[in-house]
Design a protein around this ligand. Structure first.
Ligand SMILES: NC(=O)c1ccc[n+]([C@@H]2O[C@H](COP(=O)([O-])OP(=O)(O)OC[C@H]3O[C@@H](n4cnc5c(N)ncnc54)[C@H](OP(=O)(O)O)[C@@H]3O)[C@@H](O)[C@H]2O)c1
Length: 330
């Protein structure tokens, strides 16, 4: 039985990675924290391990008590940090700490899979003519994207540490809480758009992302990075149209000018220290919403891993809505 460590195992993507790993008969070590919610990790075969990425001494001791892993999927990361520096600490410094400990203790026998993001590369050209490719010069527009890029650079600088970098576009599906806001608004007959330009967007259903991760992990390929989407390009309005149709709703569309969105972001960023709540609209979010081209190159995952998504946006949203309704989230 091959040993697989999955960090961030209890989160949205992590919990699906764990399920797939169990299906594929891996001995699964689920890296979590003391405070992590384990509601989706109920299978008795899961071996829970607490990992403290911030304290290299403690992390070293925690890892030293574990066996040598055939694979490590480092999926833990923050997409919503309170302060800019927290993105670097969690996404970049913690990745570096984990990789360094694994190398020092020779605990990663096979490949290290790093869950980066399309955000690490930033958007494509404004004329929407090109797709974002791995050979482009990365130009992240958010602190999150910059922190993911920094960790990618660190991993690529290491010798004798086989790894694969995975850069998913927007991931959606059951258990996901950010896009849920869009579903809820539409359920209440409302759609919000920022700016007036038609964005080109890409998506990947969580089960397809997980399939791609395992295909890459179990392949002979190493030391490369790949974008992952379902291969289709969608207009900004496609997501809302599909959700609307499937929920049987009519909506009022509200278009917020970018300048107004920036003003709202300014207020949210200022008041978040009083409310202690993560705002839905912040500077990074507006920066992303302003970009019109999020088309990414999926040719390499097709050519090298024969990857084909099972879900387009419509099919993925059907399953997502089913789950949201069953779980009374919608
Ligand atoms: N969702 C997307 O659209 C998307 C797209 C591209 C890439 N990604 C990447 O995919 C990965 C998983 O994201 P997700 O969407 O599944 O998010 P999620 O549900 O928030 O899960 C994040 C996971 O990381 C853990 N984590 C966060 N901060 C941590 C810290 N300081 N120390 C240790 N563990 C920490 C969380 O543990 P707790 O539950 O204990 O906080 C959780 O298990 C992330 O690396 C993210 O950047 C996501």
């Amino acid at each position: 039985m091959k040993k697989l460590l999955i960090t961030g195992a209890n989160g949205f993507i992590g919990s699906f990675l764990v399920e797939e790993a169990l299906k594929r008969n891996y001995e699964v070590f689920a890296g979590i924290r003391k405070t992590s919610n384990k509601e989706y990790l109920t299978d008795p075969r899961i071996k829970f391990i607490e990992l403290n990425f911030s304290d290299t001494g403690l992390l070293g001791r925690q890892i030293s008590e574990l066996p040598c892993f055939d694979y490590v999927i480092h999926n833990a990361g923050t997409t919503k940090a309170f302060k800019k520096k927290d993105y670097y600490t969690t996404n970049c410094q913690y990745t570096k700490n984990l990789a360094d400990v694994l190398i020092k203790q020779k605990k990663a026998a096979g490949k290290f899979i790093y869950m980066s993001s399309l955000a690490a590369y930033g958007p494509g050209d404004k004329l929407q003519q090109n797709v974002i490719t791995s050979s482009d010069i990365p130009k992240p527009v958010t602190s999150y994207g910059k922190s993911k890029l920094e960790s990618e650079k660190y991993l690529s600088s290491l010798t004798g540490f086989p790894h694969i970098i995975i850069r998913p576009t927007v991931v959606y599906g059951p258990r996901e809480k950010d896009l849920l806001t869009v579903f809820k608004l539409i359920n209440n007959n409302l759609e919000l758009f920022v700016g007036f330009k038609n964005q080109k967007l890409t998506f990947i259903y969580v089960k397809d992302l997980v399939k791609a991760v395992f295909q890459m992990m179990e392949s002979n390929v190493e030391n490369n990075g790949y974008f992952v989407s379902d291969g289709n390009v969608y207009d900004a309005e496609s997501l809302g149209n599909i959700i609307k149709e499937q929920l049987g709703k009519k909506t009022i569309r509200i278009y917020i000018p970018t300048a107004l969105a920036r003003a709202i972001a300014f207020i949210s960023e200022t008041t978040k220290y009083i409310t202690r709540k993560q705002p839905i609209l912040n500077y990074d979010k507006v920066n992303e919403l302003e970009c019109v081209n999020w088309k990414c190159d999926t040719r390499p995952i097709i050519d090298e891993f024969n990857f084909k998504a099972d879900y387009d946006l419509s099919r993925g949203i059907t399953e997502t809505i089913e789950w949201y309704k069953k779980s009374k989230w919608l």
